[in-house]
Design a protein around this ligand. Structure first.
Ligand code: ADP
Ligand code: MG
Ligand code: MG
Length: 199
């Protein structure tokens, strides 16, 4: 069973990973965007970390809802509302249980990813975070390590794609040949989940 501490550690690990990889995320965004993805997420996850300490949410769902709300209010880019929706919707789907099964988390994350796809209108292959998140959710039934590998593979597979959503889509064919920053940060989020689970 996954308890509130597991979820706090997951978000904490994701925040640490964003700190470590912020420059790389911003560099990827400088090729096909406006060079702010790393700093956007850094600002967001710092706010999440501070608020998690202050508010001390008591259930898995409350941790994710709090994190999502902070990302929406502090990340001033497309990724803020999208990641905010991912975490808030996943948190809502977990309800107010003190502990959840891995199967329940997999199902809830599936709802979260579907909400991101609905909000942003992106489908698989549009060169967005969906290209990492959808394969990750599909592999969650196997293991967290499999989900992390699928997310990373999905992120790398955005390189030859032409962006059809978000700022990178303004570049048309010139978006080809670069890895999508949001798919890359999504892979970090799922890798943090696997790391938290000890996989
Ligand atoms: P902005 O583009 O506003 O500067 P960020 O740089 O923080 O925001 O985030 C860019 C990332 O957001 C992209 O790499 C892409 O993965 C993701 N993204 C942008 N638009 C969409 C969308 N409509 N659906 C899903 N993901 C999107
Ligand atoms: Mg940007
Ligand atoms: Mg921006």
């Amino acid at each position: 069973m996954l308890d509130v501490d597991f979820f706090r550690r997951w978000i904490g690990t994701a925040a640490a990973s964003v700190e470590r990889e912020a420059d790389r995320l911003t560099e990827l965004d400088s090729a096909i965007g406006d060079a702010d993805h790393g700093s956007n997420l850094q600002r967001g996850f710092r706010a999440v970390t501070a608020e998690l300490q202050k508010a001390a949410p008591e259930t898995p769902g409350a941790v994710l809802i709090l994190a999502g709300r902070q990302l929406i209010s502090t990340v001033g880019g497309a990724s803020g509302p999208l990641y905010g929706t991912l975490l808030r919707r996943t948190g809502k789907a977990l309800g107010d249980s003190a502990e959840v099964t891995p199967a329940r988390l997999a199902e809830a994350l599936g709802e979260g990813v579907a909400a991101v796809a609905q909000l942003g209108g992106a489908k698989a292959g549009d060169k967005t975070m969906i290209d990492a998140l959808e394969p990750a959710v599909a592999a969650l039934g196997t293991s967290y390590a499999a989900a992390a590998a699928a997310a990373e593979e999905g992120a790398v597979a955005t390189v030859p794609l032409q962006a059809r959503k978000g700022r990178a889509s303004y570049l048309g064919e010139r978006s080809i040949g670069h890895q999508d920053p949001g798919a890359t940060s999504s892979a970090l989020l799922i890798a943090a989940l696997a790391e938290t689970a000890g996989e």
